[in-house]
Design a protein around this ligand. Structure first.
Ligand code: F6P
Length: 581
């Protein structure tokens, strides 16, 4: 086992921007020969790198981070990578040079380069829906050429951005008025899933840059409480609804949109008011117009943008109104900078690739079930929730692209809370529980809200947590402090808990865009290794269809004839008895 390695020793796939030739670093490294191997429909667990990783795992699974750092004290300086203003320290992971070499070999055997090229060039990588996944085109500069079905799509992307910018400027300046001539002060985004989580997360993340004389709210849940609480203290005459739905057929969103329409008309009593108070973001112009929204007030996007990859499309209209077109464009530039890095950087310096491969290492070899994402920035409080959809809807799959059931685990469960709150809640389990939970820590060197010593305190906690998780506290150390024998085990920390740390200078729109793109591409990397479609979501269909059937039964007059299992039937009867009128 090679414990004394430097970054230069790592197998590299070469700098593809400069040189398309692959580098060779020992047999079976990430080269064309491996591309050829991956072109056979070889099962993941049969791949040479996978088998080697299994053997390697057994050899190093008990190796402690204390030992790794003792053997190689400079490890924390070079097991790092930086791109688009984001610095990744991955030295506190349970890896050796050999681990990385094998993970990079696995990426090669799974033909990750070709998959990345296919994504960026509009290949139909969403194969079960026979679509491209071209969210990267949403942030392509105007002079880039991306051809889909014989058509350059970049001009259309920029046309929508310009339409959004003009509309945002009108709202921000007060030029766009409500039907009765009042200034619009409240923006309510109605959407769910990717049509909600992205907008609300981005609004919170970039709130520092937002207009403070406007109110932004987000209604997603079909539970009427969500709508009621969002509208109970505002004036319909000063309110604009953005109905965000890629399909414009999503039950929850349409229910909320119709309720919003009624709420508006109850006060304004004239359907002509709708065009002043409702705009839509969708790919479905027909349904938007059926709803009564003026097609001139519709902002389009395309079926090659997945819902959970859409926050930088027109779905981000609320974000643009809040932070202004210039900041929105800076955010897009951040996304694009990370896209370029993902596309061109050698894999051993490539942040999304490294993070994706490390996720595979813990998920598939250590058997970790979950990953915690812990932002040490209050503005990122909704980031873990956003990543839940991005990761779990993308990679929560059990069938390979070849149509076979997988014989390995796919997506981990993602969860998290901002630091330091989590420290006083669930960190106990991460430190001393029985499960191995890899964590991503995210922090910024400069705060947007300097207040006395708050920021140093916050960051001291971040650094302390990753140090404590890695190195722990031995029984001997606890005993040396005078702890009675019976208490020593309780007070000791095994350590060897792996973490990534992401550090950036400041939470700017640019850095934020780069951060989101980093996770998008890490999720994609994992999906490629698992050989699954990261862009479909068939798993939400069954529940939707059953809910429609049950809804009809709940609404039918008299005692409905229930045809479900005994549990569901009994629950529905109980509900029927207690629900009142
Ligand atoms: O949950 C399923 C899903 O299709 C998500 O992928 C999507 O983000 C969400 O529903 C909302 O869909 P739409 O934007 O079409 O209303």
């Amino acid at each position: 086992m090679n414990r004394n390695f430097t970054g230069l020793d790592l197998a590299s796939d070469g700098d593809r921007s400069a040189n398309n030739e692959s580098t060779i670093d020992g047999p079976g490294m990430c080269t064309e020969s491996i591309v050829a191997v991956s072109n056979t429909a070889q099962s993941l667990t049969e791949r040479p790198a996978w088998k080697a990783l299994e053997t390697h795992y057994h050899a190093i699974k008990d190796l402690h981070l204390r030992q790794l750092f003792a053997d190689d004290p400079r490890r924390g300086e070079y097991l790092t990578a930086e791109a688009a203003g984001i610095y990744l320290d991955y030295s506190k992971n349970r890896i050796t040079g050999e681990t990385l070499r094998l993970l990079l070999q696995l990426a090669g055997e799974c033909d990750l380069h070709a998959h990345i090229d296919a994504m960026f060039s509009g290949g139909q990588i969403n194969s079960t829906e026979q679509r491209a996944a071209l969210h990267t085109a949403l942030r392509a500069p105007e002079n880039e050429l991306i051809v889909v079905d014989g058509l350059d799509i970049v001009p259309a992307v920029h046309a929508v951005l310009n339409q959004m910018a003009a509309f945002s400027d009108q709202l921000r300046s007060g030029q766009w008025q409500g039907y009765t001539g009042k200034r619009i002060r409240n923006i309510i985004n109605i959407g769910i899933g990717g049509s909600d989580l992205g907008p609300v997360m981005a609004y919170e993340a970039l709130r520092h840059y937002s207009l403070r004389d406007m109110v932004f709210r987000f209604v997603s849940n079909v539970d009427g409480t969500d709508f009621k609480e969002a509208t109970s203290d505002i004036d319909p005459e000063e309110t604009l609804f953005i109905i965000c739905s890629k399909t414009f057929t999503t039950t929850e969103t349409l229910a909320n949109a119709h309720t919003a329409r009624k709420w508006m008309l109850d006060k304004l009593d004239d359907v002509r008011a709708v065009r002043k108070h409702f705009v839509a973001v969708s790919t479905n112009a027909e349904e938007v117009s059926n709803f009564g929204i003026d097609p001139a007030n519709m902002f389009g996007f395309w079926d090659w943008v997945g819902g959970r990859y859409s926050m930088d499309s027109a779905i981000g209209l609320s974000t643009m109104i809040a932070i202004g077109p210039e900041n929105f464009r800076a955010m897009l530039a951040g996304f694009h900078a990370m896209d370029q890095h993902f596309r061109t950087a050698p894999f051993d310096k490539n942040l999304p690739v490294l993070m994706g491969l490390l996720a595979i290492w813990y998920n598939n070899f250590f058997g970790s079930q979950t990953t915690a994402v812990l932002p040490y920035d209050q503005y990122l409080k909704r980031f873990p929730a956003y990543l839940q959809q991005l990761t779990m809807e993308s990679n929560g799959k059990h069938v390979t692209l070849d149509g076979a059931r997988v014989n390995y685990q796919t997506s981990p469960v993602i969860w998290g809370e901002p630091g330091t709150n989590g420290q006083h809640s669930f960190y106990q389990l991460i430190h001393q529980g029985t499960r191995l939970i890899p964590c991503d820590f995210i922090g910024f060197c400069q705060t947007l809200n300097p207040l006395d010593k708050h920021h140093d305190l916050l960051m001291a906690n971040l650094f302390a947590q990753t140090e404590a998780l890695a190195f722990g506290k031995t029984m001997a150390e606890v005993k040396a402090e005078g702890t009675p024998d019976w208490l020593c085990l309780h007070r000791s920390f095994e350590g060897n808990r792996p973490t990534n740390t992401l550090l950036a200078e400041r939470l700017t729109p640019h850095t934020f865009g780069a951060l989101v793109a980093l996770y998008e591409h890490s999720v994609f990397t994992q999906g490629v290794i698992w050989n699954i479609d990261s862009f479909d979501q068939w798993g939400v269909e069954l529940g939707k269809a059953l809910a429609q059937r049950i809804m009809q039964e709940l609404e039918s007059p008299g005692e409905p004839r229930l045809t479900h299992d005994s549990s569901t039937n009994a629950l529905m009867r109980h509900y029927g008895r207690l629900k009142g009128v």
